[in-house]
Structure formats: structure tokens, C-alpha cells
Write a new protein. Structure first.
Length: 341
């Protein structure tokens, strides 16, 4: 009886997680993506190479949340599945839902690489941390990601549900997800993160005279490094939980399980799925918490946009007031003329 109650509790709690977590993640994640756009497109940041990667990350975070997460939420909780009605949508959804989070992760890797290059003492490495080089690197990396995930579109099919083909390709997707999608990007993130820390320690040992302009640029670079390192650390932690569950599920797939183990497996499947999507909703809030410069810049951008709206409202109010006064004056003059007549 105790085991049955535990199984029922896990099923109930898992369903609640599967319903409420996506709503929170989609809402706050979408708001955070737009706030990131507002901040990184500011005049002070848009000319830095790292900001270009952060903008790219925010864009594909938004696609992941408002397409991948929304369609999964509708299917899991309401049984609404457009994929079974259209083979084209089935293939597109399978492709976008897998490619967009991978591209967002790729941009985090590029941001970590950019900070590693920018803190290097070698001019050749630092030359890669420029906006011109960053555009070329971003375009090349985007092309690689888009091409490497095309097989999801090719091998997705309605049978009768939208699933990937089984057999040898199923084994390939498991290996592909673990190695290419999870292990390699986060291994590179950590390598670039530790490399950046090493470069920073070496830089502190070199005492060089700097002017006020260089000091301001150095302050911006330091803040971007802090944001990147926090982003890399949290992203690796969240994806590690998903990768650990996925690896365990593959290893234990052929074993017999009790009802309790089945319930526990389904519960962790739902929980780690939400951790996976949380990884693409967290970026703005990580930046706002770990960087004072980012907070200040975001507030400045909000105030600036607000001030742009206020004069428009004031001008419209003044115009309506002038029109109203002119109408009243004309009415009074007309009455005065009628009385004199």
C-alpha cells in the first residue's frame, strides 16, 4: 500500500510539474529574451563581438521556447498534436525542436570562445574577438548546426504518430544526442571557461599603464566575461542532469522494472525535460543577477524607451487641448455675433 501511494504521488506530482513549469518557463523566458534584445542592441554593446553571440543565443532561445516548448506543452496536457495531421509539419517540428536549442547552445560556446580569445596575450587570438570575425564565425557555425540536424527532418515520419525511424537510426540518434548535442558543446564551454580564468590570472600579473578609455573598455570586457562564465556554469549543470538521465535510461532500457521504478523513471523524465527547457529561459536573469553593468544598461534602455513614449503622449494631449480650446473660442465668437445681430 505504501508503494502504491508513492507511485500515485510521483504520478500526480509529475503531472503538476509537466503542467505548471512550462507555463512559467515560457512566460518568463519569452520576456527575458526580449529584454536581452533590448540590452544587447544598445549602442554601448552592439559593437562587441560577444554581444553578437548573445543576441544569436537569445533569438534561438525564443524559437525553442515559443515553438518547441509550446507544441510539447499542448500535446502533453491537451492532446493537441498538429504533427499527426501533416507530414510536413511533423518533419519541420522535429527539425526545429532539435536544431534551435542546439544552435542556442552553440552561440554560448562561441561566446565562451570569444572571451577566451579576447583575454589571450597573443594578438593572433585577440584578432578573432572582433565584430567582423564574429559575423563570419557565427554564420559558419550556424550553417554547420543547420546541416548537422537535417537528418531529423529526413527520417521523421507519420507511423501513425510523428516519430523517428527505428532500428539502426534510433541507435544513431541516441549517440548523436549524447555526444554531439550534449557532451561536445559543454566540454568546449568548460575548456574555454577554464582557459579564460587562466588568461585573467596571467593578465593580473602584467601591470600595464592604461588610460580612462582603455579602463572603460576593460570594465565592459570584464563584465562580459563574468556573464559568460556564469552562463556556461549554469548551462552545463542543467544539461548535465538531462544527459545523466538520458544515459541511464539507455543503459537500463533492457532491464525489468517494478511499478515504483517505472513511476520514478517517468517522474525524472518530466523533471529533466523541464530542466532542459529552463536552460533556454534563464539567460537574461543570469545576466541581470551577475552583472551590475548589464543591470544598469538595461534600466537605461527601459528609461530611454519610456521617455520616447512620454513626449508623444504629451504632444497628443497638448494638440487635443489646443483643438478643444479653439473649438470653444469659435463657439463663443459665434454666439457673440448672434447676440449682436
Amino acid at each position: 500500500m505504501n508503494s502504491d501511494s508513492t507511485v500515485n504521488f510521483l504520478a500526480y506530482f509529475g503531472d503538476k510539474i509537466n503542467f505548471y513549469f512550462p507555463i512559467i518557463i515560457i512566460t518568463f523566458g519569452t520576456i527575458g529574451c526580449f529584454c536581452s534584445f533590448i540590452t544587447f542592441t544598445s549602442r554601448k554593446l552592439r559593437k562587441t563581438s560577444c554581444s553578437l553571440y548573445f543576441i544569436g543565443e537569445a533569438l534561438f532561445d525564443l524559437v525553442t521556447l515559443d515553438f518547441g516548448t509550446v507544441t510539447r506543452f499542448l500535446y502533453d496536457n491537451y492532446g493537441y498534436d498538429v504533427q499527426i495531421q501533416s507530414e510536413i509539419f511533423c518533419k519541420l517540428r522535429m527539425y526545429i525542436a532539435n536544431a534551435s536549442p542546439a544552435i542556442a547552445t552553440c552561440f554560448i560556446v562561441l561566446a565562451a570562445m570569444d572571451r577566451f580569445m579576447s583575454t589571450s596575450s597573443k594578438p593572433v587570438y585577440r584578432s578573432f574577438a572582433t565584430i567582423k570575425r564574429a559575423k563570419c564565425i557565427a554564420a559558419f557555425s550556424l550553417s554547420i548546426c543547420l546541416l548537422s540536424y537535417l537528418h531529423y527532418m529526413i527520417f521523421a515520419d507519420l507511423k501513425p504518430m510523428c516519430i523517428l525511424q527505428k532500428g539502426a537510426y534510433s541507435v544513431f540518434t541516441i549517440v548523436f544526442s549524447i555526444i554531439w548535442t550534449s557532451f561536445i558543446p559543454h566540454f568546449l564551454m568548460l575548456c574555454f571557461g577554464f582557459g579564460t580564468q587562466y588568461h585573467l590570472r596571467m593578465t593580473r600579473r602584467r601591470v600595464l599603464p592604461i588610460n580612462s578609455q582603455q579602463r572603460r573598455l576593460q570594465r565592459i570586457e570584464t563584465q562580459l566575461i563574468t556573464m559568460t562564465l556564469f552562463q556556461v556554469s549554469l548551462s552545463s549543470l542543467l544539461i548535465l542532469t538531462r544527459m545523466s538521465y538520458y544515459s541511464y535510461n539507455v543503459i537500463a532500457s533492457g532491464t525489468d522494472r517494478t511499478a515504483y521504478e517505472e513511476a520514478l523513471d517517468k517522474f525524472f523524465a518530466k523533471l529533466t525535460t523541464q530542466f532542459f527547457y529552463l536552460n533556454y529561459a534563464k539567460s537574461f536573469y543570469v545576466y541581470i543577477l551577475c552583472s551590475k553593468y548589464f543591470r544598469t544598461l538595461f534600466i537605461e534602455r527601459i528609461k530611454k524607451n519610456y521617455r520616447r513614449l512620454i513626449p508623444c503622449r504629451t504632444n497628443n494631449t497638448d494638440r487635443r487641448q489646443r483643438n478643444s480650446n479653439a473649438y470653444i473660442n469659435r463657439s463663443l465668437q459665434a454666439r457673440h455675433v448672434q447676440r449682436n445681430a
